[in-house]
Design a protein around this ligand. Structure first.
Ligand SMILES: [Fe+2]
Length: 259
């Protein structure tokens, strides 16, 4: 099974909410979608880790739907800090089993993979959070090790990129409690995030984590960066293709798309 991990399209209809989003963000997103749709062997599902739109308007989600139309396989999403919950819920309510509360958490299964989607959005903030109710829900989901591979989707990484100006953007509230749950879990587990706009991988509390880049703008590899923002670079976009052989064996490949 092949799963593509994409993130941070930030598509918009009118003006971008984020000043550094490229004006042709929709065109960049279409190139990524076209690459996924044409990839062989066929991609079986998509994990989209937030910031699908830049402003979260209904027009933005209508544009997103048009951009995603060439993809005919399931798409599993979580909200990013630039999404709006009501818009995202409306856009995916027929495909995803969102819970009854205001937050867009859910558990679902795709073939032999369990997906736990966490809504880490903190309204108006760049930082993420998991509240006590979410942590209790997750604790219950992780109480019994599953033989399935579990993928946790969450926009905000729980760990630093070590590109220092970006590290305040990580999960803040609930991070330590989340770490304890992850650390205690005995089954196969991988955490997929976005938000940083630079693809990288991490091992955090013994769990493999992948952070998808964003085609709407890309941060440079500023491992010595200081100040408020790292550089913006014009590099090919990279998304990840997870080839899942079984719950214990996953190869993760990097696929480049010229924007
Ligand atoms: Fe983003």
């Amino acid at each position: 099974m092949l799963i593509a991990h994409i993130s941070d399209f930030h598509v918009f209809v009118n003006a971008p909410e984020t000043s550094i989003v490229r004006p042709d963000a929709a065109d960049a997103a279409r190139k990524v979608v076209a690459d996924i749709a044409a990839f062989t062997p066929k991609i079986d599902a998509i994990m989209f880790t937030g910031d699908l739109t830049d402003g979260g308007s209904s027009e933005d989600y209508a544009l997103l739907a048009d951009i995603l139309a060439p993809i005919t396989v399931p798409i599993f999403v979580v909200p990013g800090n630039h999404d709006k919950r009501e818009g995202l819920r409306a856009a995916f309510k027929d495909q995803l089993p969102f819970g009854p509360g205001p937050l867009l958490n859910y558990e679902t299964h795709f073939e032999d993979v369990r997906i736990l989607a966490l809504d880490t959005l903190l309204d108006g903030q760049v930082e993420g959070r998991l509240d006590p109710d979410q942590l209790a829900w997750l604790e219950q989901k992780l109480a019994t090790p599953s033989r399935e591979l579990t993928l946790i989707l969450m926009h905000h990484p729980a760990f630093p990129s070590t590109i220092a100006p970006l590290d305040h953007m990580a999960l803040q509230d609930g991070r330590d409690a989340f770490a304890r749950l992850i650390n205690a879990y005995q089954g196969p587990l991988c955490i997929l995030s976005g938000h940083i706009h630079r693809p990288f991988q991490a091992i955090w509390n013994g769990v493999f984590c992948a952070v998808g880049g964003g085609p709407a703008f890309q941060h440079g590899l500023g491992l010595d960066a200081v100040g408020s923002e790292p550089s913006i670079v014009n590099e090919p976009y990279a998304y990840f293709i997870h080839r899942i052989l079984d719950a214990e064996t996953v190869s993760i490949h990097t696929r480049y798309v010229e924007l």
